[in-house]
Design a protein around this ligand. Structure first.
Ligand SMILES: N[C@@H](CCC(=O)N[C@@H](CS)C(=O)NCC(=O)O)C(=O)O
Length: 261
């Protein structure tokens, strides 16, 4: 991709000094994963996972308020014109692979690294259920609430109440699940990473976290993890001066319809 990469993390360790006779054969340098990203809860899922796994990556901003999600090069890897997406130069068989949809990316990175996504089928099903619950429930409902509550040009009390109620119900489900469990699937996993950026917005969603003590404890535990902090801080300055009520921004993001080829 032609865009400038803003940040790079590497998990390089200093090479240990060995006598010449015992030197290891030269290894190919690990190429960083490209993270096509904008700092939102969907983007954070992947920045958190990359940070947790200490995978080398470069972040390539996709400024969705300017319509960069429609750039032909981006659409090639993310045909749904939504970020996040990744390109892993060292994909299966050592060949590059691109992936869109945050849930699919999390599962891929979990399989690739063997981390935060157990191989045992029963444990994996536990993770998958809560990951899909986030993808199909918490994310879309909280996203719609955010739209009608904060961005819509008309105030539609029915729509706001519908999504506020739904987010409230989902918080209740999560709170019950977390009673007597540290994390959604028992052990810390990609399912927790998928949810944290959304629950972190509880105030903006007009929810009271004190009504959900297990969820509150989980959120505090999540936010205390350095990799979660780094993941949720990635690129936040990029959004700073963007006014989501600006008609220019709204015309890019809202009212999108099919584009014919
Ligand atoms: N289901 C997708 C949703 C991604 C998504 O909604 N991304 C938003 C930002 S949070 C986006 O790229 N929006 C661009 C647009 O609306 O054109 C995923 O989880 O990857």
């Amino acid at each position: 991709m032609a865009k400038k990469a803003l940040r790079k993390t590497t998990a390089k360790r200093p090479a240990a000094k060995r006598p010449p006779s015992r030197q290891a054969p030269a290894r190919k340098a690990v190429k960083p994963i490209e993270l096509h990203y904008w700092p939102t809860p969907n983007g954070f899922k992947i920045s958190i996972m990359l940070e947790e796994c200490k995978l080398p990556y470069v972040m390539i901003p996709v400024n969705i308020s300017k319509g960069e999600q429609f750039n032909p090069a981006f659409l090639k890897i993310a045909p749904n014109n939504r970020m996040p997406a990744i390109v892993d130069p060292q994909g299966p068989g050592g060949r590059p692979i691109s992936i869109f949809e945050s849930g699919a990316i999390l599962q891929y990175l979990g399989r690739k690294t063997g981390k935060f996504y157990p191989a045992d089928e029963r444990a994996r099903v536990e993770v998958d259920q809560w990951l899909f619950w986030q993808m199909g429930g918490l994310g879309p409902m909280a996203g719609q609430l955010n739209h009608f509550k904060h961005y819509a040009r008309e105030t539609l009390p029915y729509a706001i109440k519908r999504y506020e109620d739904e987010v409230n119900r989902l918080y209740g489900v999560m709170n019950t699940r977390l009673a007597g469990r540290d994390f959604l699937a028992g052990r810390y996993s990609i399912a927790d990473m998928a949810c944290v950026g959304w629950v972190n917005l509880w105030k903006r969603q007009d929810q009271n976290i004190d009504d959900f003590p297990h969820l509150k404890r989980w959120l505090e535990t999540m936010k205390a993890r350095p990799a979660v902090q780094r993941g949720m801080a990635l690129g936040v300055a990029l959004r700073q001066n963007i006014d989501m009520k600006d008609p220019g921004v709204q015309s890019v993001l809202f009212g999108q319809r099919a584009r014919t080829v």
